[in-house]
Design a binder for this molecule. Structure first.
Ligand code: PAF
Length: 289
């Protein structure tokens, strides 16, 4: 595995890399969810590039950019063990050259849900991912379904900006108690970590209701809120039942829906989601170009 720190070197390496090239963009602090993305990319590509870059523009004022875990040595080990060929770990000015002003704005889909609670977040994500796509020029790029809105936004910019990259969504990796793996889980104390499992449990409660025929979004949201409210260490920020494509809220689950939530547990802000189809049994999302 080779570690590359400059855009120029990355472009040269890309020019002689065996295709297809798969890219796994990350902010480091790798866990088994990231390793799963890399393993999937490994299985589907001749060359796997994993990027490690804590992107300043996707953090709002007062968010955790300064304290975001930076674990480079461990990240390099995890990347290599999972099958990475090239790690792209640029310094900030390689990605944001002095005087640069260009921003990629994904439009309304970036302003609901997470975008409403984290203004500007998805402009930062769309901008850095566009830059990574332009530098690495991958054939496929791999993203976790835990960041459901991010995945949709990346599909959206891939289509709008005509990148022509295959965007692959990979199912969320969970701990045995259901908590979605996240780099921010490391902010939790033992007690908070135990409490955080209520988030997935609340989604399961809503899923059970839905299986029994409940289709009113309001009832599903109340079930989630009540389940989470029983756990005093967890404070809900929002819960949403939205059309899976547009991410606009829906009153009735009469089409593929995304149920998503955000909550605060100690110093960590955690998100999770599940998909509910219009039909009989829950399913995740697939892949598209
Ligand atoms: O999901 C992440 O880790 C980040 O948002 C991404 C896609 C690497 C962009 O910085």
């Amino acid at each position: 595995m080779r570690v590359i720190e400059s855009v120029a070197e990355m472009r040269t390496a890309r020019a002689s890399a065996r295709a297809p090239v798969g890219l796994v963009p990350t902010m480091g602090a790798l866990h088994d969810g990231h390793a799963t993305l890399v393993r999937r990319a490994r299985a589907e590509n001749s060359t796997v590039v994993t990027s490690l870059f804590v992107n300043p523009t996707q953090f709002g004022p007062g968010e955790d950019f300064a304290n975001y875990p930076r674990t480079r040595d461990r990240d390099l080990r995890v990347s290599e063990e999972a099958g990475t060929d090239l790690v792209f770990a640029p310094a900030i000015d390689e990605i944001y050259p002095t005087g640069g002003t260009t921003v990629v704005d994904p439009g309304p889909i970036g302003e609901v849900l997470e975008g409403k609670h984290r203004p500007g977040h998805f402009k930062g994500v769309a901008t850095v991912v566009s830059k990574l796509f332009a530098i690495v020029r991958p054939d496929g790029a791999y993203f976790g379904e835990k960041d459901a809105q991010q995945l949709r936004i990346i599909r959206h910019i891939n289509r709008d900006l005509r990148f022509g990259i295959e965007i692959v969504g990979v199912p969320t990796v969970r701990a045995p108690d259901g908590l979605a793996l996240s780099s921010r889980n490391r902010y939790l104390t033992l007690e908070q970590r135990r409490a955080a499992a209520v988030l997935y449990r609340s989604l399961r409660v809503a899923e059970q209701l839905w299986r029994r025929g409940e289709r009113r979004s309001g009832a599903l949201k109340v079930a989630i809120q009540e389940t989470v409210a029983a756990e005093p260490l967890v404070s809900m920020e929002y819960v949403s039942v939205a059309d899976s494509d547009s991410l606009n809220e829906i009153e009735v689950v009469d089409r593929l829906a995304l149920v998503s939530l955000a909550a605060h547990v100690g110093k960590a802000r955690l998100i999770d989601n599940m998909s509910l189809p219009a039909g009989l049994s829950p399913a995740g999302t697939g892949r598209d170009v």
